[in-house]
Ligand binder design. Structure first.
Ligand code: ZN
Length: 79
């Protein structure tokens, strides 16, 4: 397919997806996506996203690792 942002060609890849579900943040490995070869934009099929949500809902995924995430405000330093 063509990227809707830059018009580049996409290719099928397995990626690590940042995924929110029920106010919790997950990193999901091995998610199939179309990735733009030019700008890196990712496109996910709706059925894949639904399948991830369903698996999280059912607790059907293997937890590989847990770690803490910090949310910080970016404050650029003025030169
Ligand atoms: Zn692109």
């Amino acid at each position: 397919m063509r990227c809707e942002f830059c018009g580049g060609e996409t290719a099928r890849r397995k990626v690590r997806k940042i995924h929110w579900f029920q106010r919790r943040l997950y990193l999901i490995d091995e998610v199939e996506a179309q990735v733009c070869q030019e700008c890196g934009e990712r496109y996910y099929h709706a059925t894949i996203l639904d399948a991830i949500d369903e698996a999280l809902q059912l607790g059907n995924l293997i937890i590989k690792e847990n770690f803490q995430v910090q949310v910080v405000a970016f404050q650029p330093v003025m030169a």
